[in-house]
Design a protein around this ligand. Structure first.
Ligand code: CO8
Length: 263
């Protein structure tokens, strides 16, 4: 991670919590193709880095998480480049969703279009009370292209997703929490601490168990129920062979905190 250089994002590993900040504040952190490519590289590098236990994604400045794909770039797209750029983003966002360590979106402001889709790809979303979320693509004559039609419908149900996607409406943090689009809303000044506290808590749990939980929920959710249950049982069985399982059980029985080796 130390050798990587990025133009449009910054990274900062604080005690195993990797902060990934989308850093194009002049355009409210809009995602151009280069930024999406850099996000992908950060995750590739974080995957191999044992010093990273959790990733928190946020936006630079106090106004926006990410205000969408970069409309300057979108405006020049042809059918061929549009499909390519959409697929490139979909593959990076899938990399985030399938990341084996927890990924938290700390939504510090506008999370619109591709920005809302980026938050949807994260495992957990915490929003500042100043956040505004939405998928306004239809106001531009397009639809979400970074997995938003699929993830929003799976998270909120078809009816609510179609209302938001087809109206293009922005909603505030409180409404987003009410419908389940974000897990929790906190005061703006407490957002970083809340995200970090949750990240640290998850990082203190068994890494192999957390990894299996993410896989069971994500992959299982895309399977018929019985196959999802089979995946769950198989992962459960696998965990019974781990040092983490032995340590977790022993620590409970010995009435001490567990120290998971992550194996
Ligand atoms: N792209 C490029 N520039 C942007 C974007 C964006 N998404 N959002 C804001 N900016 C720029 C503005 O143009 C402005 O630039 P300048 O200072 O040079 O005029 C600067 O950021 C500040 O923005 P505003 O002055 O507009 O700030 P306001 O506080 O008045 O408004 C809003 C903030 C409401 C967020 C407003 O900027 C806005 O509506 N932005 C666009 C939101 C949007 O429509 N996002 C969806 C884009 S489409 C998309 O994300 C598709 C994703 C899938 C793509 C898949 C295939 C590639």
């Amino acid at each position: 991670m130390a050798n990587e250089t990025y133009d449009n994002v910054t990274t900062d590993n604080r005690d195993g919590i990797l902060w990934l900040t989308i850093n194009r504040p002049k355009v409210l952190n809009a995602l151009n193709a280069k930024t999406v490519e850099e996000i992908g590289r950060v995750f590739e590098s974080a995957l191999r880095d044992d010093g990273v236990r959790c990733v928190i994604i946020t936006g630079a400045g106090d106004k926006a998480f990410v205000a969408g794909a970069d409309i300057n770039e979108l405006a020049t797209m042809t059918p061929v480049t549009g499909k390519f750029v959409s697929e490139q983003g979909q593959s990076v966002f899938l990399q985030i969703e399938r990341f084996p360590k927890p990924v938290i979106a700390a939504i510090n402001g506008f999370a619109l279009g591709g920005g809302c889709e980026l938050a949807l790809a994260c495992h957990i979303r915490i929003a500042s009370e100043k956040a505004q979320l939405g998928l306004p693509e239809v106001t531009l004559g397009i639809i979400p292209g970074y997995g938003g039609t699929q993830r929003m419908a799976r998270l909120l149900g078809k009816g609510k997703a179609l209302e938001l996607i087809c109206s293009g409406d922005r909603i505030g943090a409180a409404e987003a929490e009410k419908i389940g689009l974000v897990n929790r809303v906190v005061p703006a000044e407490g957002l970083a601490a809340a995200a970090e506290e949750l990240g640290k808590k998850i990082a203190s749990r068994s890494p192999v168990a957390v990894r299996a939980a993410i896989e069971a929920v994500n992959r299982g959710g895309d399977m018929p129920f019985e196959e999802g249950q089979l995946l769950e049982a198989t992962l459960f069985g696998l965990l019974c062979s781990t040092e983490d399982m032995k340590e977790g059980m022993a620590a409970f029985l010995e009435k001490r905190p567990a120290k998971f080796p992550g194996k």
